[in-house]
Design a protein around this ligand. Sequence first.
Ligand SMILES: [Fe+2]
Length: 198
Amino acid sequence: MTYANPLSPLLLALAGLYASENRPGGTVAAQALIAAALQPAALVPARPGPLDDELQAILAGDPHPVSALVRDATPWLPWVFSELSGRIRPDIAHGMMQTELVGPDGIFPHDQVRVGLWLQSANLDYVTRAHAAEETFFILGGGAIWQAGNAAPAWQGIGALIHHPSLTPHSDCTRESPLLAAWRWTGDIAVEGYTLTG
Ligand SMILES: [Fe+2]
């Protein structure tokens, strides 16, 4: 099969995951991902991300099958620390990196949805935060203890879909392995709507 661009296989796989959410936001994300997958593009090669060693450790393990498509896409993924324009303090932000595939800051521009990949280092407490955007994570490798709203903390591992309605406070803490996940934001996707409160 001939694809429109080098990220098409990954984008289509993520579209399938978000379509399976059965939520309006998941459908919006899936439609944006499919549109990006069908868009011819000659992408710019990217340098390895700032936490590439941890990414390679996850990919060398036994991650979700979609992670093989992440590995294939890696030469074109521009990873950056998850700083959110200074809204995440450096001791946490420099333990996480993300790449936005679709969205206002994405490889494929979109003004109503953000979809990307995110890595959190091992043994990192990403403290409580909340944001206006509605969010769903899909864990591709590793796992973390998650807590959201009034729910009890619980381990979430490979294959877990984790949904946060708009403005739901949430936190997560990795243990001995790093975490790799896909994420989507829909609704009010401005980074100005994000606050770190923990
Ligand atoms: Fe979040």
